[in-house]
Design a protein. Structure first.
Length: 282
């Protein structure tokens, strides 16, 4: 009887051969299943179809190749894309910029950033023209800034001031006030960058009310993929926009905290504060 392990084995095969044509029939044979049964089981297990999974892996391969191949076109074909036109729209959505700009380390993209000493420690917020793309907590400005520029080392980074980037200055003040006094979570435009599945998870997280927590399994069910709880947990772990995308509201099935990119102490503090506010409002 087919098991989750057989699906994981095929997923590893896709990862190792992402730049190749992988027909559904070929993948189904590896799992010893009919194509239709394999498609259903794979999607139920990982939360995305085999094609969507390969597309996401191929995009990550393409991003890596952009840093090593001589031209964007070379990277496109080395990653296994059949044409230049087929790639460009999807690449811009996934990377938030054109492939050429990404190859240049983000050259031409302007990212504003600001720091605040919040109740949960030093906070960094950064934004593109589309909205906030990064919020994180850390021990020092230098460490946080290094993490911010790691993916786009050639982008232009502008320290936020009320004069130069008023919106970001207002946004980080609003988030700081939320953390300090549990003022309402500010409604801020977000620049989410990830796979289609990740963005689906993150968008759902923004709809979880303060004071409410759900399990990773419940999260997977709510986005329509009940068996994709591991993939949902991974999407939470990949979240770069702390608090504004409230992945801290997702727990393990037994009620324990699970993981949190910025430390379990901060996760518990956020949950305690939101629980207290929810109870006070009753």
């Amino acid at each position: 009887m087919p098991t989750t392990e057989s699906i994981i084995t095929v997923a590893r095969h896709i990862e190792a051969h992402a730049n190749e044509k992988l027909p559904l029939t070929r993948l189904a044979q590896l799992a010893h299943l009919s194509p239709s049964h394999f498609q259903r089981l794979f999607t139920a297990t990982l939360g995305v179809s085999p094609k969507e999974y390969q597309d996401a892996i191929r995009m990550e391969l393409f991003k890596s190749l952009l840093k090593t191949e001589p031209t964007v076109t070379d990277a496109i074909f080395a990653a296994g894309f059949s044409s230049v036109s087929r790639l460009y729209g999807e690449a811009s959505r996934q990377m938030g910029m054109t492939p050429s700009s990404y190859k240049d380390g983000g050259t031409g993209e302007v990212i504003s950033y600001a720091f605040r000493d919040s109740s949960l420690g030093l906070l960094l917020m950064a934004a593109t023209q589309k909205g906030v793309c990064y919020t994180a907590f850390g021990e020092s400005e230098s460490i946080l800034f290094d993490e911010l520029v790691n993916e786009f080392p050639q982008a232009s980074f502008i320290p936020s001031t009320a004069y130069a980037s008023r919106e970001l200055d207002d946004w980080i003040d609003a988030l700081d006030q939320h953390l300090a006094s549990q003022a309402p979570l500010p409604s801020i435009p977000l620049d989410m960058r990830g796979t289609a599945f990740q963005i689906k998870v993150w968008k759902y997280l923004t709809r979880i009310p303060a004071g409410v927590s759900i399990s990773y399994s419940e999260l997977a069910t709510h986005i329509g993929n009940p068996k994709a709880f591991r993939a949902a947990a991974s999407a939470c772990g990949a979240n770069r926009i702390g608090v504004l995308i409230p992945c801290h509201r997702v727990l393990r099935g037994d009620g324990s905290l699970g993981g949190f990119r910025w430390g379990l102490t901060r996760k518990q503090a956020l949950l305690n504060a939101e629980k207290g506010l929810s109870e006070a409002a009753k």
